[in-house]
Ligand binder design. Structure first.
Ligand SMILES: Nc1ncnc2c1ncn2[C@@H]1O[C@H](COP(=O)(O)OP(=O)(O)O)[C@@H](O)[C@H]1O
Ligand SMILES: [Mg+2]
Length: 271
């Protein structure tokens, strides 16, 4: 046993990890500044497991940056990001927190799956290959296991008949469903959606929103940046309203979409 382990053990057990039976994600005082510009300010947010949180707010309010901080695509300049009971981006060495190396960071990032407005499937790979790619390349599955998993997930999103197609042979809504399957293939603890339906016309949006609702009902933990107020109202357990890089209001939808909400939120929703 290494001496580092022995010291860690006699100190606090595995300091950058804290078993958390309740929360899938916890942000504590998270901030991100670029120069003297505060893009995110002192964000505190605890997301219970198996819940869906909708994030709404005006353009430029920091919604995308917040999601990027949760999976460390953007490194916060203040505060702590905990995902699945792990302090993202850090490890313990000689009783001190130090930045995680690339390998550990990749492990941390795998705890979150991200779905973007642009689905960005690999154009020259089949649907099966798109979904099986990351589990194989990251070494968490054999090719055979990854293919089995991909077949199951592609069927799950209703596209089993498209396994051998190329992305360009699918509609935008179908491609986004595959992008969701691709994220699920890494078995993330949390799914992050950034305006996943904004590029789709209403009919194709609906099929993607329907899939997202099913995932929510199956108990996936989801954080969903969206302009789809009906999704926020009907599916989310909590709705967060962001403005100027801060959380301005947070409440269950029945409250946030009512005249109990702060006037600023009501004005935004009315627009
Ligand atoms: N890498 C960056 N460099 C400089 N400014 C940025 C960067 N990323 C985001 N911003 C700024 O931060 C603010 C929040 O952006 P963003 O998180 O994309 O907002 P939203 O997703 O709510 O529209 C915006 O003013 C944006 O211009
Ligand atoms: Mg955005």
């Amino acid at each position: 046993m290494s001496s580092v382990h022995a010291i860690a053990h006699s100190y606090t057990p595995r300091w950058p990890e804290k078993p958390d039976a309740v929360h899938a994600v916890e942000l504590r005082g998270v901030g991100l500044s670029i120069g003297d510009q505060g893009i995110l300010n002192n964000i505190d947010l605890a997301i219970r497991k198996a819940t869906t949180t909708a994030i709404i707010g005006p353009s430029g309010s920091g919604k995308t940056t917040l999601l990027r901080c949760i999976n460390y695509l953007a490194r916060p300049t203040a505060g702590e990001v905990w995902v699945g009971g792990q302090l993202v981006g850090h490890r313990e060495r000689n009783n001190r927190l130090v930045p995680a190396g690339e390998r550990l960071l990749r492990h941390h990032r795998r705890q979150t799956g991200m779905v973007f407005q642009k689905f960005n499937l690999f154009r020259n790979m089949s649907i099966l290959e798109n979904v099986a790619f990351a589990p194989v390349s990251s070494g968490i599955c054999t090719r055979e296991e990854a293919n089995d998993r991909a077949r199951r997930l592609v069927a799950r999103v209703g596209l089993a008949h498209k396994l051998d197609s190329l992305p360009e042979q699918l509609s935008g809504g179908q491609q986004q469903r595959i992008a969701i399957a691709r994220a699920l293939a890494m078995e993330p603890k949390v799914m992050l959606f950034d305006e996943a339906t904004s590029a789709l016309d209403p009919e194709l949006s609906r099929e993607v929103l329907h899939l997202m609702q099913e995932l929510a009902e199956e108990g996936m933990t989801m954080i969903v940046v969206t302009h789809e107020m009906s999704f926020a109202r009907n599916v989310a357990h909590e709705v967060v309203f962001m403005e100027n890089g801060s959380i301005y209001a947070k409440a269950p939808p029945a409250e946030l979409f009512s005249d109990l909400a702060p006037e600023r939120v009501q004005t935004f929703l009315a627009a």
